[in-house]
Design a protein around this ligand. Structure first.
Ligand SMILES: Cc1cc2nc3c(=O)[nH]c(=O)nc-3n(C[C@H](O)[C@H](O)[C@H](O)COP(=O)(O)O)c2cc1C
Length: 156
């Protein structure tokens, strides 16, 4: 099986559909986890008030089919494909869809990788977007600031 990783970002429209954003996220996540388990897709979804950034990994036909459904979803708009490439292994092997919202706990990561207090994925290079997703997910998993170590090493 050829393993594919697809990354996109889009404009968050949850405030137009839900009274509470976390209700919208919960609904998206319930469907995503059920479908992704069925389709052997893994990945991660991060979001702030204005943007979603998502990584999907799995078999090419399954990832493409999920992305086509995602493209049609009215809960976001302006979906922009960042990368779709063959990869040798999964980055999120244990997550049918890890999901983390921007919060005080990870705000520094959005600033660091976005290089701006006001995160705008259109201004961020593809590798950095991918690193941001990973850092945010890792922070939640371990409570560890993923990038400060790298940062410290570089500075030394
Ligand atoms: C930001 C965002 C991320 C989503 N991620 C996924 C996903 O990873 N997998 C998935 O199957 N659906 C995902 N969805 C939901 C799809 O757009 C669509 O509603 C769903 O796949 C339809 O599934 P159903 O045909 O089983 O009802 C996402 C939607 C949004 C708005």
């Amino acid at each position: 099986m050829m393993l594919i990783r697809l990354i996109y970002f889009s404009r968050n429209r949850l405030d137009e559909w839900y009274d509470r954003k976390d209700a919208g996220i919960a609904e998206i996540l319930a469907t995503s986890v059920a479908n992704n388990l069925r389709d052997c897709i893994t990945g991660a979804l991060i979001c702030d008030e204005r943007w979603f950034v998502q990584a999907l990994e799995g078999a090419e036909n399954k990832v493409s089919a999920a992305f086509e459904r995602i493209l049609r979803d009215q809960r976001h708009r302006d979906v922009s494909l960042v990368t779709m490439q063959a990869v040798s292994e999964r980055r999120y092997p244990n997550a049918a869809m890890a999901c983390v919202m921007r919060s005080q706990d990870n705000d520094d990561l959005f600033r660091h990788y976005g290089e701006d207090a006001c995160f705008d994925p259109r201004q961020v290079r593809p590798e950095r977007l991918s690193d941001l997703i990973e850092a945010v997910v890792q922070r939640r998993a371990t409570g560890e600031p993923a990038w400060t170590k790298k940062h410290a090493t570089n500075a030394a």
